[in-house]
Design a protein around this ligand. Structure first.
Ligand code: G1P
Length: 899
């Protein structure tokens, strides 16, 4: 492997000359809210939210086009000025010459270290950046300068970090005016910026956030002065890469200085130092946020010594590595280690949302509905405690018409009405809560959660985004009431039934569920009137079927009936003629939505579990049959696959077209996953996907073929150039769901191929140009983009654990169903996975002494901690009772022999 090398199994890696790659960035953050990105030359930014950026916000293009960075200068007396981060005009000019300085990056989960050696000057820097995992809102930089000469070096060090201190909106909007709000002071250790007001989309408000940059040498020696104002620091004609304050060593101001109304600078001058040959000195820089002037100083002072920083670094490393509590051991140790990063990514997404890394220069920090539920998938596996409450509260976002709130508040279970009264309905939203809740139930056996209750979301939207509720007033609040004015609560099962039953009737002219604002593919957003998504219709179908199974499991537990609000029974109409009749379906749905427009009666009517399950199964079967009957296509070349969409002209999107073959991966994934595609059809789909979508040079399966058309009757995706993002890139999320679907259907070799080609591409740094992990997509040139914050990480974690390794819950019991292929077993014929199940730490080791391939081996024996376990071969199951009888303090080895 060229590019980076893993140093250990915890994912730490090393890369030479990191700055010779553009667009690289690395996340360092904590759960207290600090979100930073850092580049090999210490660019990037830091913020705690959209309106509180300490370092000015950067988009990917700013990474090479911005002089603003976390600089640290050494004015080497008698030699010249040198940037320890490489951000000087002179050092940048050396990048492509033989004089280029030696640089190396080492990084691990939530820490980043760059070293740089200048042969010219005989000086070396090592800069560690991290955000401590504590409650402190700080980012730390530990800079160590070493004299590599045979003679002593005299150095005047200056840390230089511009303090932006305001909202991302002000980067263009009132950048200058907002600098006039700045109140800047210097203290013993640093520069503090306390703006008077904030000017942003929220209006003009009193500012409540204090920003600061602080520094100390060694074990806490104070700086000797400060440069608190940008224009004084850079000097007339100077810049951050050629600053007059450093070049001419101009005088700094001392502690207790105050200046108002300028762009602020965290410029910190340290005492001149003479380093003997081989000697080094460490400087600590703290970038901090607080809500008080005292608070920011106190917080910084905790870290202003070498010892405190290194201690915090160790605690932080352990903290994150302990959190990533799933690990693998296969024939490919690189794959195992790469997965460590993938497992970590969902934690990053919980912190950063879908914003706040340089490619993610949109959104204001929130996550969408779909992401909210999918991020729970990984959480369920790695940190199941607390997930129950989170799931229950998330159901509070469902509206009574089966759609849901799309603006998610900061607090768990908080949903906000769109102030601008914009309605957008994503037709796929209804499927995710069920997929996640079912996984939770399967892993935990907690069927009772289905009967927990929550409210419904209420705002002026009605009839699935098409109409309004004129009676609703903001002061009515965001919870649905009954006609008597009481807040209404229903079970989670009721919420999920509603999401699916309403969708069942919400069909377009081909009797598939309407696309509305878009489905999973957010960029299929221009077919709201006549568009239909067969892809997601199929998954609504299989969800209905699986919901019926859960209802039957409740029945087996002795729960004979389920109470549902009276009006929901309208949607339980059970009539095959109705199912076939688009107009009648639409009318029934409209009638229901109309009745529930403002309030519901509050009356509950019971239905027997058996009847309910039967009813759902019929609807599920109808969907499956209808898709099979109408959407299986064969083109002239003899390939067959599913058409997954109708456009806004009511035309089928896929198949042969004058401009070429049109095929979409999403349209195949969900018919496969839902069981709509028959086994023979899956075989054909795989062939067609290999023919039309597979491109080994960019990591595998593209999202679609080239439509050669700005298809404005389907979505903005087709305005993107082909090969980018939602138009035909290798879009990781869908590739992984394709793999997952194939594994589920027993197409193991095929599923492995999808994952393996993407993995091999990602880990090939020369091609993917990203650090370890899975990016949102791979573009046409092979670069990985939108790294780290992607739902594909949750799905990959889940797929590797529950499908490849086949360890998964079945109503709380543990099933072992390995789908490993022979090349995944190591030289001792073993493959291992460690994970948490039923609050016990388990290590499953599969032994395959004859090196058999998937399909030819079976489980022949199971030993738990050395003792034979009598295994029910039919269902390969270890009972939850047995697992919970194991010592919670220890790890338990489940040795599984295959033959
Ligand atoms: C992103 C969004 C996801 C959406 C997808 C396709 O994918 O987060 O909700 O479905 O684009 O439009 P991600 O970056 O999570 O892989």
């Amino acid at each position: 492997m060229k590019g980076y090398q893993f140093i250990n199994k915890k994912g730490d890696f090393q890369l030479d000359n990191p700055e010779k790659n553009s667009y690289l960035y690395f996340p360092i953050a904590n759960e207290a809210g600090v979100m930073s990105s850092v580049t090999p030359t210490l660019g990037g930014d830091s913020k705690t939210g959209q309106n509180t950026f300490l370092l000015a916000p950067v988009s990917s293009e700013d990474l090479h086009n911005n002089k603003s960075s976390r600089n640290f200068w050494c004015n080497i007396v008698g030699k010249g000025i040198w940037s320890a981060t490489g951000r000087s005009a002179r050092q940048e000019a050396m990048l492509f010459t033989e004089e280029k300085e030696e640089t190396s990056l080492e990084a691990g989960v939530m820490w980043h270290k760059v070293s740089r050696t200048s042969k010219d000057y005989g000086i070396k820097s090592e800069i560690i950046s991290f955000v401590p995992c504590s409650d402190d809102t700080v980012e730390l930089m530990v800079v160590t300068i070493t004299n590599c000469n045979k003679e002593a070096l005299t150095i005047i060090p200056t840390a230089a970090i511009p303090l932006y201190g305001r909202s991302a909106d002000n980067i263009r909007d009132h950048r200058n005016v907002t600098s006039m709000l700045h109140r800047i002071t210097t203290s013993q250790y640093g520069v503090t910026l306390n703006p008077t007001l904030t000017f942003d989309e929220r209006g003009h408000k009193k500012n409540t956030v204090v920003y600061g940059v602080f520094g100390a040498a060694g074990e806490g020696e104070k700086p000797v002065g400060f440069y608190p104002v940008v224009e004084d620091y850079i000097g007339e004609g100077g810049s951050f890469e050629n600053p007059l304050a450093v070049v001419h060593n101009i005088e700094s101001v001392s502690a207790g200085y105050q200046v108002d109304g300028y762009e602020a600078m965290g410029g910190i001058r340290f005492d001149q130092i003479c380093l003997a040959p081989g000697e080094n000195q460490t400087y600590i820089i703290v970038l901090g946020y607080s809500d008080t002037m005292d608070g920011i100083e106190e917080q910084a002072e905790k870290f202003l010594s070498r010892e405190a920083c290194f201690k915090a670094l160790e605690v932080t490393k352990t903290y994150w590595n302990d959190k990533i509590n799933v690990s693998y051991s296969t024939a490919s140790s690189d794959f195992d280690t790469w997965m460590h990063w993938v497992n970590f990514q969902p934690m990053l997404r919980r912190i950063y949302g879908c914003s706040f890394l340089p490619h993610h220069d949109y959104g204001r920090g929130g996550r969408g509905w779909r992401d909210l539920w999918q991020d729970c998938l990984a959480l369920l596996i790695m940190n199941p405690t607390g997930v129950r409450e989170m799931l229950i509260s998330n159901f509070g976002g469902v509206r009574i018409d089966g759609t849901n709130a799309t603006i998610i508040g900061k607090n768990q279970g908080e949903f906000i009405a769109d102030r601008n009264n914009i309605t957008r309905v994503w037709m796929d939203h209804g499927v995710w809560p069920f997929l996640t809740t079912r996984l939770y139930i399967m892993q935990s056996g907690d069927l009772d959660i289905l009967l927990k209750e929550n409210y419904y979301f209420k705002d002026p939207q009605a009839v699935r985004g098409e109409e309004k509720d004129p009676l609703w007033q903001p002061e009515d609040g965001n919870r649905l009431k009954t006609a008597a004015g009481e807040l209404y609560q229903g079970t989670l099962l009721e919420h999920m039934l509603l999401e699916h039953l309403a969708a069942f009737y919400d069909v377009g002219e081909h009797n598939h569920i309407r696309l509305r604002g878009a489905d999973w593919n957010d960029a299929l957003d221009m077919a709201a009137e006549r568009g239909e998504s067969i892809a997601f219709t199929s998954i609504f179908g299989s969800n209905l079927e699986q919901m019926a199974e859960l209802v039957l499991s409740l029945e087996q537990k002795g729960i004979r009936t389920i109470s549902l609000f009276k009006e929901l029974h309208i949607l339980l109409a059970d009539d095959p003629d109705l199912y076939e009749d688009v107009k009648r379906k639409q009318a029934l749905l409209h009638n229901y939505c109309d009745i529930c427009r403002h309030t519901i009666s509050g009356e509950k009517v019971a239905i027997s579990c058996l009847e309910l399950a039967e009813n759902l199964k019929k609807k599920a079967a109808w969907i499956k049959e209808h898709i099979r009957k109408t959407e299986w296509i064969t083109n002239k070349a003899g390939h067959s696959w599913y058409n997954g969409y109708y456009d806004n002209h009511g035309k089928a999107v896929e198949g042969d077209n004058a401009s070429g073959v049109r095929m979409m991966l999403t349209s195949q994934v969900f018919p496969i996953m839902s069981g709509t595609a028959t086994t023979e059809q899956v075989e054909k789909i795989v062939q067609a996907a290999d023919e039309y979508l597979y491109d080994a040079t960019i990591g595998g399966y593209r999202l679609n073929t080239n439509f050669h058309e700005v298809k404005d009757d389907l979505g903005r995706a087709f305005g993107f150039a082909y090969g980018h993002k939602e138009n035909g890139a290798v879009f990781s999320h869908m590739v992984i769901m394709y793999a997952n679907a194939l594994y589920q259907r027993g197409f193991v070799k095929e599923g492995y191929k999808a994952i393996h080609s993407l993995y091999q591409h990602c880990i090939n740094f020369e091609k993917s140009k990203i650090y370890p992990g899975i990016p949102e997509y791979i573009d046409g040139k092979g670069r990985g983009l939108y790294h780290y914050l992607t739902g594909s990480a949750s799905w990959l974690l889940l797929t590797v654990l529950t499908e490849m390794f086949g360890v998964k819950g079945s109503l709380g019991d543990l099933i072992l169903e390995p789908k490993l292929i022979s090349e995944q077993f190591d030289h001792s014929h073993s493959a291992k996975v460690s994970f948490i199940f039923a609050e016990r730490r388990l290590r499953v080791q599969y032994l395959n002494p004859d090196g058999k391939d998937y399909g030819t081996y079976q489980i022949v024996s199971v030993k738990i901690n050395g003792n034979p376990y009598i295994f029910n071969k039919e269902c390969n199951m270890i009972s939850r009772d047995f697992i919970t009888s194991l010592d919670p303090e220890k790890e338990h080895l489940i040795l599984v022999e295959l033959n």
